[in-house]
Design a protein around this ligand. Structure first.
Ligand code: UD1
Length: 419
């Protein structure tokens, strides 16, 4: 089992080019199925989740290959509409292939996806939307068998009870080749949904309202392949900035998506760091101990504070001057990193969806374990500011979402190695 070994207490100084977005790449890779042609995806991060998606594509009869950060997906040979349970369990986003397969083939067999380390993550909204679009869905021995009763999806009016990112993406994927018009009310507005829509539009899809809470999709007969550049990863951006505030120092992050990262940046700035953005670059300087954030940090759907950045900001505030309070409103089990930060000397009390973080002078090195992706990143963040050596296990979680994290942190001046 690999581990990260981090010597903390060193100020960061350096620059790094940000990776492409994991959460955009995954639904876009599923979307490539709908084109029946060749899609060239640039700025695709090399991650275990991306390899899982490529295994699913290959299993469905598509050809998916990588050359550096460019993925080439040829879906002309797609001939299978079943994803084996083992592949489904590798990651939650495997469910995204349901909408794409129903759009292209009119049927699919999947199972409950994996990635449930954030508490229960049901797929009821996905299933009821597919039913509204004409799917007959039954469960057999844990497998979910879906078939469009009239052979292909038909447009529908769908009102989501909550703006689920995954459900919104699945409906869009299913609707672009549907018969007629689909309207999604209360759709999620995350930037990655806009990225998916830009990709599908480039493939010939007709979509209006991406990034708004009402999306209208007019189904087309056919789509075609295209070349597309994946947007930068706003959560990796939040992570590396948090590391620099936590450890102190001066860093430059290149190739960021600044407006999309704004809900995080506006909170991070309250810790007293200086942020300066020019073109697609963010310059951050942090010379003093971070200040606590006065207002409660409530995770909310975009454009609220992102739940995916809650853990890394918590690592920063663990050493802040004063007390900060988090309210996690998206997932019911998203504070597992708090216990690990406590092993490093943090003072964090969790009560249901609330976490009270009393800033301590300094964290200290410890042996800790990543239990989920962003929680794992928060441990790296805490370790960089801590006195002494931290050993982090559970790298399989971190590798799902951060491309060569030890290289990026090393370029930023951190003392880190993978052993
Ligand atoms: C996506 C992101 C994830 C991020 C999350 C919220 C990807 C690959 N993952 O996950 O990084 O943390 O958005 O911004 O893009 N829910 C239901 N029923 C459903 C669907 C969702 O109850 O059918 C609930 C979930 O359990 C959760 C909430 O809705 O409590 C939000 O989930 P959702 O927005 O769907 O997140 P994901 O798409 O899974």
């Amino acid at each position: 089992m690999q581990k990260l070994v981090i010597e903390g207490g060193k100020r960061l100084r350096g620059e790094v080019v940000l990776q492409g977005s994991k959460n955009s790449s995954l639904p876009i890779m599923a979307g490539a199925i709908l084109t029946g042609g060749e899609c060239v995806l640039e700025n695709c991060p090399i991650l275990t989740d991306i390899y899982s998606a490529s295994r699913i594509l290959n299993n469905l009869g598509c050809r998916c290959s990588f050359s550096g950060n460019t993925a080439v997906i040829d879906s002309s040979g797609a001939n299978c509409c079943e994803i084996p349970e083992k592949l489904m369990r590798e990651m939650r986003s495997s469910i995204m292939f349901m909408g794409a397969m129903l759009g292209r083939m009119g049927e699919c067999t999947v199972s409950i996806p994996g990635g449930c380390e954030l508490g229960s993550r049901p797929i009821d909204m996905h299933l009821s939307a597919m039913k509204k679009m004409g799917a007959d869905i039954r469960e057999e021995n844990g497998r979910i068998i879906c078939k469009m009763t009239s052979g292909k999806p038909r447009g529908a009016k769908i009102s989501l009870p909550f703006p689920s990112v995954g459900a919104t993406e699945n409906i869009i994927l299913c609707a672009v080749l549907a018969e007629g018009e689909t309207v999604i009310n209360n759709s999620a507005r995350e930037p990655e949904i806009e990225d998916l829509c830009r990709f599908l539009q480039k493939c010939g899809a007709e979509i209006k309202g991406a990034g708004e809470s009402r999306i209208v999709i007019r189904g087309r007969e056919k789509l075609h392949g295209c070349e597309y550049r994946i947007m930068p990863d706003r959560i990796a951006c939040a992570t590396y900035l948090s590391m620099a505030v936590s450890a102190g120092g001066e860093i430059i992050l290149k190739n960021c998506c600044i407006p999309e990262t704004e809900p995080f940046l506006s909170v991070l700035e309250q810790t007293g760091c200086s942020l300066y953005a020019k073109n697609d670059n963010i310059y951050l300087r942090s010379s003093l101990r971070p200040k606590a954030v006065r207002d409660r940090i409530r995770t909310m759907p975009h454009p609220g504070f992102p739940t995916d950045a809650q853990a890394v900001l918590m690592a920063v505030l663990a050493c802040a001057d004063g007390t900060s309070v988090f309210e996690e409103n998206i997932f019911d089990c998203r504070y597992r990193h708090a216990d690990e930060l406590v092993k490093m000397g943090a003072d964090i009390q969790v009560m249901g969806k609330i976490a009270v973080v009393k800033g301590v002078e300094r964290l200290h090195g410890a042996n800790v374990e990543a239990t989920d992706l962003r929680g794992g990143a928060s441990l790296v963040c805490g370790a960089l500011s801590a006195e002494g050596t931290t050993v982090i296990e559970g790298l399989n979680h971190i590798d799902r979402g951060y491309e060569k994290i030890e290289r990026a942190v090393g370029l930023l001046g951190g003392n880190i190695k993978r052993v």
